[in-house]
Design a protein around this ligand. Sequence first.
Ligand code: NAD
Ligand code: TYD
Length: 350
Amino acid sequence: MKRTIFITGGAGFIGSHVVRLFVNKYPDYHIVNIDELTYAGNLENLKDIEKTPNYTFEKANIIDTKEIQRLFEKYMPDGVIHLAAESHVDRSITNPTEFIHTNIVGTVNLLNAARSIWKDNFENKRFYHISTDEVYGSLDEEGFFTEETPYDPRSPYSASKASSDLLVRAYNHTFGLPVVISNCSNNYGPNQFPEKLIPLAINNIKNMKPIPIYGKGENVRDWLYVVDHANAIDLIFHKGRNGETYNIGGNNEWQNIKLIKKLCEVMDEKLNREPGTSASLITYVKDRAGHDLRYAIDSSKLMNELGWQPSLQFEEGIVKTVDWYLTNSEWLNNIVSGEYQKYYTEMYEK
Ligand code: NAD
Ligand code: TYD
């Protein structure tokens, strides 16, 4: 079926994997990537598909109400997969306001624009909002987040994502807008911006710089390979039930310090270093303010209802990830030095 799908935040980490999957898997879909190219957006992530005929890039800020309305009227999309967000907890602690603008106001702008073009004819229409498990708060040693777990966000980032989730639900309830939401655990894999734990540690280990571990390193996260998240998004977009929420997780919990020690072993091997060389870089630093202790996801609804399964074990995924960063050192160097903006000018402004 010929369809036009907006993917917001498609130049970011997860968004670029979703764009690639949809562009390659659905040649009949016109995929329009809407991204402001903030510090986290990088068109180099999409070099391999940028010339594909069913792909279009539009640089736009989701906070810009008029521009978003114009783009909806120009393309008349049938579906929206909304990933654009400020996504880093530490930055939300330094500058919460930006998170309110992009994550809350930006989401409302998209909801309003979708409503305005779809009017009340919602046949084959869908607004898919991508969210995080962090909206559920923090767990002790026991238990898992289910779709029924009450929201209890504790950082400005998670509070802004929780607000946007609730607004999406409200538009479904009040206006009948066809929506679906998913809440995923921590992703890792190629193209992740080196402000997040795994790529930051890979970059530092490579350059023999200290690996900063917040607090005692005892916090636990559930890690999912990014391609498995993209596959879940594909399934939920096409088969998820209207108005529903689906949790997505890797069933793969790691204490930060254990994860970093595992990563150090892999890096020693890949860089032909003496065992223990990379681990000697581990440095405990001041804890993050309000640091959530543990996230763990129960994905049984998604598995039972839609038959989703993660395809990669962590042992395999982390080796693939390290290989990717070591092979793509130019990508990493460009980001670290801010060079990727030049790529955009070369590509679109010359
Ligand atoms: P990211 O920070 O790598 O990418 C975000 C993208 O959004 C960038 O391309 C950026 O340019 C774009 N963007 C930011 N503000 C914008 C604005 N105002 N207008 C238009 N574009 C804008 O993020 P990510 O890690 O790929 O996360 C994508 C989505 O998935 C987010 O909604 C995040 O909350 C959610 N999520 C992330 C994780 C994770 O582990 N990374 C886990 C669960 C859910
Ligand atoms: P992060 O990748 O920022 O994801 P999130 O905060 O969304 O879970 O951090 C993952 C975990 O690693 C989290 O418990 C914070 C911790 N962390 C460090 O110990 N050191 C670091 O330099 C970073 C960036 C994170």
